[in-house]
Design a protein. Structure first.
Length: 135
């Protein structure tokens, strides 16, 4: 599906479209609850990012489109990033999530959430969570 159809090009920010953060559980629990069958929907991701959070993503030669948001959820720093397929990852890691699909990364403190619901210290294929809206 196109970015315009997903409502991303109009506002330039996923955070400006929704922005309801559920507080009452840890950032890890809240983030893990975004996963459904190891994937994440764009709407659930939108709802997780507070509406006033600025998009700090900078496109690169290998990633043409994405969004990145840093915010506090309770006492924990959270960074949510999603991007279009990474051209370098497509070559370096053929068949990888990051190189083949739109993916999201959710960093809580210094660890990344994997599509299996586990936190990882280092980025890997599981920490590049497939965005189901683009499959």
């Amino acid at each position: 599906r196109s970015l315009a159809k997903m409502g991303l090009m109009r506002s330039g920010s996923i955070a400006s479209q929704r922005g309801a953060v559920t507080i009452g559980s840890s950032a890890f629990s809240s983030a893990r609850n975004l996963l459904v069958n190891g994937r994440i929907s764009l709407n659930r991701l939108k709802d997780f990012v507070p509406g006033s959070t600025p998009n700090t993503f900078v496109p690169s030669a290998s990633i043409s489109y994405g969004q990145k948001f840093s915010f506090m959820l309770g006492a924990e720093k959270v960074v949510v990033k999603f991007h279009s397929p990474d051209a370098v990852a497509a070559i370096k890691y053929a068949g990888s999530n990051s190189g083949s699909h739109f993916t999201a990364q959710i960093k809580i403190g210094n660890k990344l959430l994997g599509s299996d619901g586990i936190l990882y210290k280092n980025a890997n294929n599981l920490t590049h969570i497939l965005i189901e809206d683009f499959l």
